[in-house]
Design a protein around this ligand. Structure first.
Ligand code: C2E
Ligand code: MG
Ligand code: MG
Ligand code: MG
Length: 285
């Protein structure tokens, strides 16, 4: 049977949309129950000082391990949370979990920071700030030990964003732009808002040593960050070659599988201790 194309397409389209939204819906309701029962976990990826090799902090990355042994990728369920009004509850849970798990270590070691990922809604509402303040006080963690990061999508040209960022910086929090270079922010906009750090997106790091057109962009992204007088952080370092390049080009900090993947809190605390020992041993050797 040959259907008219438009009919075939609309039949396909309708069934695809229905199937997708049903899946999204069931994911959304499962997520709601996971958040309510505090069943989301947080893993921590070490952040390394590229000059000294020291571990100076971590990025908190949310994880969803289901009881049936499977897991859902954060980029998928964070989107679902954003679309179904659950992002505030998710952000609160991540903040609470991170402080409970890393608070004691951060109190013992004031040089450690932790970066929390925020969504556009968090940044424009600023609603998480009083919650974060309360939890920090409870765990005696300093404001400057907390980095708040959002992608350029989280920094739309809005007065509310400016206000949240200014308020957060006045309190002493550090503000970082995540996935830098992939958004649409104009340089003048980035310049007009006081920030602390730029995290250079993994796609630029990937291109180092590769014979691709994008590899010529990487040094400019690095120069841009440095000319704005911001801390530069490279995301997704996987090879020695990338590390050497970033070091030579004066990028301050880095994260990536070359150093370590994100891991549970207990492992992270052990990683910091073992890493320090290794570095001081190689320093005196
Ligand atoms: P992101 O904030 O840019 O985080 C970096 C992602 O790159 C993480 O993926 C991390 O595990 C991964 N990564 C780090 N090093 C390497 C590497 O060397 N190679 C490769 N291939 N990947 C590396 P993850 O944990 O799957 O998170 C994905 C995204 O989900 C995050 O991107 C962030 O946008 C979002 N996300 C994660 N946790 C949270 C959260 O608590 N709140 C919000 N709002 N978003 C979150
Ligand atoms: Mg991030
Ligand atoms: Mg990123
Ligand atoms: Mg990302």
């Amino acid at each position: 049977i040959i259907l008219p194309l438009s009919l075939a397409l609309s039949a396909l389209g309708i069934s695809a949309i229905t199937a997708m939204s049903r899946r999204q819906l069931s994911l959304a309701s499962e997520l709601a129950s996971a958040i309510r029962r505090k069943k989301l976990s947080v893993h921590y990826q070490p952040v390394i000082d590229l000059k000294t090799g020291d571990c100076v902090g971590a990025e908190a990355l949310v994880r969803w391990f289901k009881s049936n042994g499977t897991s859902v990728r954060p980029d998928i369920f964070v989107d679902v949370a954003e679309e179904t009004g659950q992002i505030r509850a998710l952000t609160d849970l991540v903040i609470e979990t991170t402080m409970r798990e890393l608070g004691p270590a951060m109190r013992r070691d004031r040089s450690l920071h932790v970066a929390i990922n925020l969504s556009a809604d968090d940044v424009s509402s600023g609603r998480f700030l009083p919650i974060l303040e309360r939890i920090l006080a409870r765990y005696d963690v300093l404001h400057e030990q907390i980095w708040l990061e959002a992608t350029e999508r989280g920094f739309p040209e809005m007065e509310a964003v400016r206000e949240t960022v200014a308020k957060a910086r006045a309190l002493g929090f550090k503000i970082a732009i995540d996935d830098f270079g992939t958004g649409y922010s104009s340089l003048s906009y980035i310049e007009s808002i006081r920030l602390d750090a730029l995290k250079i997106d993994k796609s630029f790091i990937d291109s180092i040593g590769q014979d691709l057109a994008t590899s010529s962009v990487t040094p400019h992204i690095i120069d841009m960050a440095k000319s704005l007088d911001l801390i530069t952080v490279a995301e997704g370092i996987e090879t020695r070659e990338q590390l050497n390049y970033l070091e030579q080009h004066g990028v301050a900090l880095g994260q990536g599988w070359l150093f370590a993947k994100a891991m549970p809190a207990r492992d992270f605390v052990a990683f910091v201790a073992a890493h320090r020992k290794k570095i001081s041993a190689s320093g005196t050797a």
